[in-house]
Design a protein around this ligand. Structure first.
Ligand SMILES: Nc1ncnc2c1ncn2[C@@H]1O[C@H](COP(=O)(O)OP(=O)(O)OP(=O)(O)O)[C@@H](O)[C@H]1O
Length: 592
């Protein structure tokens, strides 16, 4: 409008990018590739649909598109004053919690300020147009109007000053308060989390918790120094890195010039020079930062390097030259450290005579595996003692003890049958295929394995899943004692076991009672105590707990096949099996 007024009575030449500003021109000249197209009045330009028409259409389309995009990407406020951001990275709707509540007054003030500030420009344009019109007047009228508009400009300036003030104060205070509030909330939440965590840690393991708490100040100081180093070295190298980036960008932007001047080496050298400084500083900084970081993590290292109570690597303890294999539990009470307050074994007394096979049976959770864990000294009893040949296990060397016994779940690794057999050998080095085969023959699986399409190279899959289709164990845990061992794999296992247990102290934990019928003695455990023991025939005659298990009135262990979970025997058996194909000697008879 101002332009229109100013253009009255004068020749005006307008060059415009925004075509809306030339809409009212008397004549529009469209220039295409430096050639002047036929001049035409505005109306005919539009009607002929020539270059001008195309330009206007394109601009309208572009404006619409931009408008649509702006609308889409601008955060939308809902009626609660909560900002929602619909264009988050995941493409999903993301709702930010309302955090501006207490600062609403300041935000309102800032809005008023922004309104005044933003409204100033269009009002200024209106005033300006009026002022130009004043120049067409003369005498007092011109003076009067000029004074009036000058005052109006003053008012407008004042309003804009206030607007700016309101906007800056409102936004500044609201921003600072919001930041402070969020930080306070974050700190409170973190503090609460730490206190809660500490409380829980103290409750479950006060010694470990106290140790961690003791490490915290060192870790915090080291962490702080580490951060300070990082920030300092970052600042020192920022400028040079920026200059290096600028040099590279400059060279790439003006590549033809750089090439024509043969200046590539110059730019390259300058680029390298800028980076050399940060490189050296970072080199020194990284060493220092590594040291402080190491200190800040010392707590974790301390935890990792803490020596366990029962140390497999310790050299302490006796290593007797020979083992008879007489094992006993004497009044053993035991509680898992992970579950303090729940006693699993309540003064359990049990003996495993040398060279005999004793089976532990009982419902799931009665404590069978716990007995085995104590025999392998994964734990020490809270009260009572576990002995081997009369010696307390605590007096024996741990690794010697574990090397002389073999026990555990029959776990298969997801590798070949050969690799699985090798895992079980004492010596893992220089194992020949013949050694593996000899071990397989000893365990009665050679024929079965040889019959497989890939033989010893057969992949068993996760936990032997790929073999299960071929050798699944028949029946479930609740089957009666009189059931036949129908499954060929189980049959082979039994035969191997029969052979292996000869002359050794052997402890069996079985879920299928058919596998323990031949044991020299069967011990029935209930709630961590022995309730019955004897041979299969004796216990069946007794008609008590074992009979109930065998007849299915009670479910023995709830675990599914494989049938045999634990087989515990001195190592000579395995070493004989693996290192040569001859059957193991039965000397000394006690532990075979
Ligand atoms: N590592 C452990 N930490 C805490 N409690 C445990 C742990 N291992 C076993 N228990 C608990 O000790 C009790 C005896 O478990 P154990 O495994 O010795 O029984 P089980 O007779 O061998 O059972 P299953 O035949 O099902 O294996 C159970 O109540 C069990 O929940």
């Amino acid at each position: 409008e101002a332009l229109d007024k100013a253009g009255q009575g004068v020749t005006t030449l307008v060059i415009a990018h925004r075509l809306s500003t030339v809409r009212n021109a008397d004549l529009i000249l469209s220039i295409n590739e430096a050639a002047l197209l036929k001049p035409a009045p505005t109306s005919s330009c539009w009607k002929t649909r020539g270059l001008y028409y195309q330009l206007v259409s394109l601009q309208t389309f572009a404006d619409d598109e931009q408008h649509r995009k702006n609308k889409k990407s601008s955060p939308r406020s809902n009626d609660e004053g909560v900002e929602t951001d619909e264009d988050d990275k995941t493409g999903g709707r993301q709702r930010r919690p309302r955090q501006g509540g207490p600062e609403a007054g300041y935000i309102a003030l800032a809005c008023i300020g922004a309104l005044l500030n933003g409204g100033g420009m269009p009002i200024f344009a209106v005033f300006f147009a009026e002022v130009i019109a004043v120049f067409s007047k003369v005498g007092d009228a011109m003076l009067q109007e000029a004074t009036f508009w000058a005052l109006m400009f003053l008012v407008l300036g004042g309003a804009q000053l206030l607007g700016n003030l309101f906007m800056n104060i409102g936004l500044g205070v609201a921003g600072e308060r919001l930041t402070r509030r969020l930080r306070t909330m974050y700190f409170a939440a973190a503090l609460f989390g730490v206190c809660l965590g500490l409380g829980i840690a103290l409750y479950y393991g006060w010694m470990l918790a106290l140790m961690i708490v003791g490490c915290v100040p060192f870790m915090a100081v080291a962490g702080f120094i580490h951060m300070a180093f990082q920030t300092k070295s970052q600042k020192a190298t920022d400028k040079s890195s920026e200059m290096a980036g600028q040099t590279a960008a400059e060279a790439i932007e003006n590549l033809p010039t750089v090439q024509s001047l043969c200046r590539e080496p110059t730019f390259f050298k300058r680029y390298c020079d800028y980076l050399a400084g940060p490189y050296r500083k970072r080199l020194v900084g990284s060493v220092l930062s590594g040291v402080t970081y190491g200190f800040s993590e010392v707590g974790a290292v301390f935890l990792v390097t803490t020596v366990p109570l029962i140390d497999n690597l310790s050299n302490e303890g006796r290593r007797p030259d020979s083992v008879r294999g007489e094992i006993a539990l004497e009044g053993v009470q035991f509680t898992y450290p992970q579950r303090p307050g729940v006693e699993v074994l309540h003064g359990l007394s049990l003996s495993f005579p040398a060279g005999q096979t004793v089976a532990l049976v009982g419902v799931s959770g009665c404590g069978k595996s716990t007995v085995m864990a104590l025999l392998q000294r994964f734990y020490d009893p809270s009260n009572g003692r576990v002995t081997l040949d009369g010696a307390d296990l605590r007096d024996l060397n741990v690794s010697w003890l574990r090397r002389n016994i073999r026990g555990g779940e029959p776990v298969l690794f997801a590798r070949s049958i050969e690799a699985n057999i090798v895992y079980g050998l004492d010596s893992q080095q220089f194992v020949t295929h013949e050694t593996v085969e000899a071990a397989a023959k000893q365990s009665n699986i050679h024929e079965f394995v040889s019959g497989l399409p890939s033989g010893y190279a057969t992949e068993v899959g996760e936990k032997g899943a790929q073999l299960s289709g071929r050798s699944e164990t028949a029946g479930g845990p609740g089957q009666g004692a009189g059931e036949p061992a129908e499954d060929p794999a189980a049959g082979r296992g039994h035969a191997a076991l029969e052979e292996a247990r000869q002359g050794r102290t052997c402890i069996l934990i079985a879920h299928r009672l058919s596998t323990v019928q031949n044991a020299d003695r069967i011990v029935v455990i209930e709630q961590g105590q022995v309730v019955e023991q004897g041979t299969h025939a004796e216990l069946m005659r007794l008609g008590g707990a074992y009979y109930a298990l065998a007849s299915g009135a009670k479910k023995p262990g709830a675990a599914p096949p494989p049938t045999l979970r634990w087989c515990w025997m001195p190592t000579p058996w395995l070493s004989m099996t693996t290192n040569n194909a001859t059957p193991p000697p039965v000397d000394p008879p006690v532990h075979a």
